[in-house]
Design a protein around this ligand. Structure first.
Ligand code: MF3
Ligand code: CO
Ligand code: CO
Length: 258
Protein backbone atom coordinates (compact mmCIF):
# COMPACT_ATOMS: atom_id res chain seq x y z
CA UNK A 1 0.00 0.00 0.00
CA UNK A 2 1.32 3.47 -0.89
CA UNK A 3 1.09 6.46 1.47
CA UNK A 4 -1.72 7.84 -0.68
CA UNK A 5 -3.68 4.59 -0.29
CA UNK A 6 -3.16 4.59 3.48
CA UNK A 7 -4.42 8.18 3.63
CA UNK A 8 -7.53 7.25 1.65
CA UNK A 9 -8.15 4.22 3.87
CA UNK A 10 -7.79 6.31 7.07
CA UNK A 11 -10.20 8.92 5.72
CA UNK A 12 -12.76 6.40 4.50
CA UNK A 13 -12.55 4.45 7.78
CA UNK A 14 -13.57 7.58 9.74
CA UNK A 15 -16.37 8.49 7.32
CA UNK A 16 -17.57 4.87 7.25
CA UNK A 17 -17.74 4.68 11.05
CA UNK A 18 -19.97 7.77 11.15
CA UNK A 19 -22.30 6.45 8.44
CA UNK A 20 -22.49 3.09 10.16
CA UNK A 21 -23.09 4.77 13.54
CA UNK A 22 -26.04 6.64 12.04
CA UNK A 23 -27.57 3.33 10.89
CA UNK A 24 -27.06 1.91 14.39
CA UNK A 25 -29.08 4.84 15.78
CA UNK A 26 -31.83 4.25 13.22
CA UNK A 27 -32.49 0.79 14.74
CA UNK A 28 -33.81 2.58 17.85
CA UNK A 29 -36.58 4.50 16.11
CA UNK A 30 -37.91 2.29 13.30
CA UNK A 31 -41.32 1.06 14.42
CA UNK A 32 -44.94 1.22 13.23
CA UNK A 33 -46.15 4.84 13.12
CA UNK A 34 -42.79 6.52 12.43
CA UNK A 35 -42.40 8.79 9.39
CA UNK A 36 -39.49 8.39 6.97
CA UNK A 37 -38.80 12.09 7.59
CA UNK A 38 -37.98 11.26 11.22
CA UNK A 39 -35.30 8.82 10.00
CA UNK A 40 -33.89 11.60 7.81
CA UNK A 41 -33.78 14.02 10.75
CA UNK A 42 -31.95 11.51 12.94
CA UNK A 43 -29.36 10.81 10.22
CA UNK A 44 -28.84 14.52 9.54
CA UNK A 45 -28.31 15.28 13.23
CA UNK A 46 -26.10 12.28 13.98
CA UNK A 47 -23.81 13.03 11.04
CA UNK A 48 -23.77 16.73 11.92
CA UNK A 49 -22.95 15.95 15.57
CA UNK A 50 -19.95 13.98 14.31
CA UNK A 51 -18.69 17.02 12.40
CA UNK A 52 -19.40 15.48 9.02
CA UNK A 53 -21.74 16.28 6.12
CA UNK A 54 -24.57 14.15 4.75
CA UNK A 55 -23.34 13.65 1.19
CA UNK A 56 -26.81 13.01 -0.33
CA UNK A 57 -28.11 16.44 0.78
CA UNK A 58 -28.25 18.61 -2.38
CA UNK A 59 -26.28 15.97 -4.32
CA UNK A 60 -27.49 16.51 -7.90
CA UNK A 61 -30.55 18.17 -6.37
CA UNK A 62 -31.45 15.38 -3.93
CA UNK A 63 -33.45 17.14 -1.20
CA UNK A 64 -32.69 15.06 1.93
CA UNK A 65 -29.84 13.65 4.04
CA UNK A 66 -30.48 9.96 3.43
CA UNK A 67 -32.52 7.68 1.19
CA UNK A 68 -35.46 5.74 2.66
CA UNK A 69 -36.75 3.00 0.37
CA UNK A 70 -39.71 0.97 1.66
CA UNK A 71 -41.25 -2.24 0.23
CA UNK A 72 -41.31 -2.04 -3.58
CA UNK A 73 -38.97 0.99 -3.64
CA UNK A 74 -35.65 -0.28 -5.02
CA UNK A 75 -33.46 2.70 -4.04
CA UNK A 76 -33.23 6.53 -3.78
CA UNK A 77 -36.55 6.91 -1.95
CA UNK A 78 -36.97 10.47 -0.64
CA UNK A 79 -37.78 10.77 3.08
CA UNK A 80 -41.17 12.46 3.58
CA UNK A 81 -44.36 12.53 5.61
CA UNK A 82 -45.04 8.88 4.88
CA UNK A 83 -45.88 6.74 7.92
CA UNK A 84 -44.33 3.27 8.09
CA UNK A 85 -46.72 0.53 9.13
CA UNK A 86 -46.47 -2.92 10.71
CA UNK A 87 -45.13 -5.41 8.15
CA UNK A 88 -43.18 -2.90 6.04
CA UNK A 89 -39.52 -3.40 5.21
CA UNK A 90 -37.38 -0.32 4.58
CA UNK A 91 -33.84 0.38 3.39
CA UNK A 92 -32.01 3.35 4.89
CA UNK A 93 -28.95 4.52 2.94
CA UNK A 94 -26.57 7.10 4.44
CA UNK A 95 -23.31 8.60 3.25
CA UNK A 96 -21.07 10.64 5.55
CA UNK A 97 -18.53 13.06 4.11
CA UNK A 98 -15.75 13.59 6.68
CA UNK A 99 -12.51 15.51 6.02
CA UNK A 100 -13.12 15.10 2.28
CA UNK A 101 -13.73 11.32 2.32
CA UNK A 102 -17.00 9.40 1.80
CA UNK A 103 -18.43 6.43 3.70
CA UNK A 104 -21.54 4.97 2.04
CA UNK A 105 -23.70 2.24 3.61
CA UNK A 106 -27.25 0.96 3.82
CA UNK A 107 -29.22 -1.63 5.77
CA UNK A 108 -32.73 -3.05 5.80
CA UNK A 109 -35.08 -2.56 8.75
CA UNK A 110 -38.24 -4.47 9.76
CA UNK A 111 -41.22 -2.40 10.85
CA UNK A 112 -42.76 -4.58 13.55
CA UNK A 113 -43.34 -8.17 12.45
CA UNK A 114 -42.85 -8.83 8.71
CA UNK A 115 -43.87 -11.68 6.37
CA UNK A 116 -41.81 -14.84 5.91
CA UNK A 117 -41.34 -13.84 2.25
CA UNK A 118 -39.93 -10.43 3.25
CA UNK A 119 -37.58 -12.03 5.78
CA UNK A 120 -36.31 -14.48 3.16
CA UNK A 121 -35.70 -11.67 0.64
CA UNK A 122 -33.79 -9.57 3.19
CA UNK A 123 -31.74 -12.55 4.40
CA UNK A 124 -30.85 -13.58 0.84
CA UNK A 125 -29.78 -10.02 0.00
CA UNK A 126 -27.51 -9.83 3.04
CA UNK A 127 -26.04 -13.27 2.29
CA UNK A 128 -25.37 -12.32 -1.35
CA UNK A 129 -23.49 -9.16 -0.33
CA UNK A 130 -21.53 -11.05 2.35
CA UNK A 131 -20.55 -13.91 0.04
CA UNK A 132 -19.26 -11.47 -2.57
CA UNK A 133 -17.21 -9.57 0.03
CA UNK A 134 -15.51 -12.78 1.17
CA UNK A 135 -13.90 -13.36 -2.27
CA UNK A 136 -12.40 -9.85 -2.48
CA UNK A 137 -8.65 -9.61 -3.06
CA UNK A 138 -6.13 -8.05 -5.41
CA UNK A 139 -6.41 -9.61 -8.88
CA UNK A 140 -10.07 -10.72 -8.98
CA UNK A 141 -12.41 -9.08 -11.50
CA UNK A 142 -15.70 -7.20 -11.22
CA UNK A 143 -17.49 -10.12 -12.93
CA UNK A 144 -16.35 -12.43 -10.12
CA UNK A 145 -18.19 -10.24 -7.59
CA UNK A 146 -21.35 -10.05 -9.72
CA UNK A 147 -21.47 -13.76 -10.43
CA UNK A 148 -21.29 -14.71 -6.73
CA UNK A 149 -24.22 -12.38 -5.99
CA UNK A 150 -26.29 -13.46 -8.99
CA UNK A 151 -25.79 -17.17 -8.34
CA UNK A 152 -26.90 -16.96 -4.72
CA UNK A 153 -29.87 -14.70 -5.42
CA UNK A 154 -31.21 -16.74 -8.34
CA UNK A 155 -30.80 -20.00 -6.38
CA UNK A 156 -33.37 -18.56 -3.96
CA UNK A 157 -35.79 -17.58 -6.75
CA UNK A 158 -35.11 -13.82 -6.60
CA UNK A 159 -33.61 -11.44 -9.20
CA UNK A 160 -30.71 -8.96 -9.32
CA UNK A 161 -31.51 -5.36 -10.32
CA UNK A 162 -29.52 -4.31 -13.41
CA UNK A 163 -30.28 -0.56 -13.49
CA UNK A 164 -28.10 0.45 -10.50
CA UNK A 165 -24.67 -0.68 -9.41
CA UNK A 166 -21.96 -0.28 -6.78
CA UNK A 167 -19.24 2.30 -7.39
CA UNK A 168 -15.81 3.48 -6.49
CA UNK A 169 -15.84 6.10 -3.73
CA UNK A 170 -13.26 8.37 -2.13
CA UNK A 171 -12.96 12.12 -2.53
CA UNK A 172 -15.89 11.80 -4.96
CA UNK A 173 -19.18 10.26 -3.80
CA UNK A 174 -19.32 8.19 -7.00
CA UNK A 175 -16.33 7.36 -9.21
CA UNK A 176 -15.06 4.42 -11.31
CA UNK A 177 -15.16 1.46 -11.28
CA UNK A 178 -18.81 0.42 -11.63
CA UNK A 179 -19.47 -2.68 -9.55
CA UNK A 180 -22.20 -4.70 -11.28
CA UNK A 181 -24.10 -7.13 -9.06
CA UNK A 182 -24.54 -9.73 -11.81
CA UNK A 183 -22.19 -11.16 -14.43
CA UNK A 184 -19.74 -13.84 -15.44
CA UNK A 185 -16.59 -14.90 -13.60
CA UNK A 186 -13.26 -13.71 -15.03
CA UNK A 187 -14.80 -10.74 -16.86
CA UNK A 188 -14.68 -6.99 -16.31
CA UNK A 189 -12.29 -4.57 -14.63
CA UNK A 190 -9.55 -5.92 -12.40
CA UNK A 191 -9.80 -5.26 -8.66
CA UNK A 192 -6.51 -3.95 -7.30
CA UNK A 193 -4.88 -3.17 -3.95
CA UNK A 194 -5.83 0.32 -2.74
CA UNK A 195 -9.21 0.42 -4.52
CA UNK A 196 -12.16 1.62 -2.44
CA UNK A 197 -15.68 0.83 -3.66
CA UNK A 198 -19.18 -0.13 -2.58
CA UNK A 199 -21.05 -3.39 -3.02
CA UNK A 200 -24.78 -2.62 -2.77
CA UNK A 201 -26.94 -5.30 -4.41
CA UNK A 202 -30.61 -4.49 -4.94
CA UNK A 203 -32.57 -7.75 -4.99
CA UNK A 204 -36.17 -8.14 -6.16
CA UNK A 205 -38.79 -10.65 -5.10
CA UNK A 206 -40.12 -10.70 -8.69
CA UNK A 207 -38.69 -9.38 -11.96
CA UNK A 208 -35.55 -7.21 -11.94
CA UNK A 209 -37.09 -4.37 -13.96
CA UNK A 210 -37.33 -0.94 -12.35
CA UNK A 211 -38.71 2.49 -13.18
CA UNK A 212 -38.05 5.95 -11.76
CA UNK A 213 -41.05 7.94 -10.47
CA UNK A 214 -41.88 11.51 -11.53
CA UNK A 215 -39.90 12.98 -8.61
CA UNK A 216 -36.82 12.05 -10.67
CA UNK A 217 -35.31 9.90 -7.89
CA UNK A 218 -37.49 7.15 -6.43
CA UNK A 219 -36.79 3.85 -8.22
CA UNK A 220 -39.47 1.17 -7.82
CA UNK A 221 -40.02 -2.37 -9.09
CA UNK A 222 -42.18 -2.41 -12.23
CA UNK A 223 -44.17 -5.38 -10.89
CA UNK A 224 -44.65 -3.66 -7.49
CA UNK A 225 -43.16 -6.65 -5.66
CA UNK A 226 -40.67 -6.22 -2.81
CA UNK A 227 -37.05 -5.13 -3.17
CA UNK A 228 -34.19 -5.23 -0.62
CA UNK A 229 -30.65 -3.82 -0.45
CA UNK A 230 -27.58 -3.73 1.78
CA UNK A 231 -24.45 -1.69 1.13
CA UNK A 232 -20.91 -1.60 2.48
CA UNK A 233 -17.90 0.54 1.55
CA UNK A 234 -14.84 -1.70 1.26
CA UNK A 235 -11.12 -1.25 0.57
CA UNK A 236 -8.77 -3.78 -1.05
CA UNK A 237 -5.63 -4.36 1.03
CA UNK A 238 -2.37 -6.22 0.33
CA UNK A 239 -3.81 -9.25 2.12
CA UNK A 240 -7.53 -9.08 1.27
CA UNK A 241 -10.05 -6.40 2.20
CA UNK A 242 -11.30 -4.07 4.93
CA UNK A 243 -15.00 -3.27 5.45
CA UNK A 244 -15.27 0.39 6.50
CA UNK A 245 -18.98 0.41 7.37
CA UNK A 246 -19.55 -2.58 9.66
CA UNK A 247 -21.72 -1.92 12.69
CA UNK A 248 -19.60 -1.45 15.81
CA UNK A 249 -22.63 -2.74 17.74
CA UNK A 250 -23.17 -5.87 15.64
CA UNK A 251 -26.38 -4.42 14.17
CA UNK A 252 -25.63 -5.58 10.63
CA UNK A 253 -28.95 -7.15 9.66
CA UNK A 254 -32.46 -7.39 11.09
CA UNK A 255 -34.14 -8.21 13.33
CA UNK A 256 -31.86 -5.96 15.42
CA UNK A 257 -31.52 -7.09 19.03
CA UNK A 258 -31.49 -3.81 20.94
N1 MF3 B 1 -26.15 6.37 -1.33
C1 MF3 B 1 -26.53 6.08 -2.69
C2 MF3 B 1 -25.52 5.09 -3.20
O1 MF3 B 1 -25.40 4.08 -2.60
C3 MF3 B 1 -26.58 7.29 -3.54
C4 MF3 B 1 -27.65 8.20 -3.16
S1 MF3 B 1 -27.57 9.58 -4.16
C5 MF3 B 1 -28.85 10.47 -3.58
O2 MF3 B 1 -24.78 5.29 -4.11
F1 MF3 B 1 -28.73 11.62 -4.15
F2 MF3 B 1 -29.97 9.84 -3.89
F3 MF3 B 1 -28.77 10.56 -2.29
CO1 CO C 1 -23.37 3.65 -2.92
CO1 CO D 1 -25.53 4.35 -0.53
Amino acid sequence: MTDKMIEAFDGTRKAGAIASGALDEVTKIVKPGIKTDEIDKLCFEFINDNKAYSAPLFYRGFPKSCCTSPNHTVCHGIPKDKILKEGDIVNVDVTALKNGWHGDTSRMYFVGEVSIKAKKLVKTTYEAMSKSIKILKNGIQVGDIGSVIQKHVESQGFSVVRDFCGHGTGKNFHQPPNILHYGEPKTGDEIKTGMIFTIEPMINEGNYETKVLNDGWTAVTKDKKLSAQFEHTIGITDKGYEIFTSSKKGLNFPPYKI
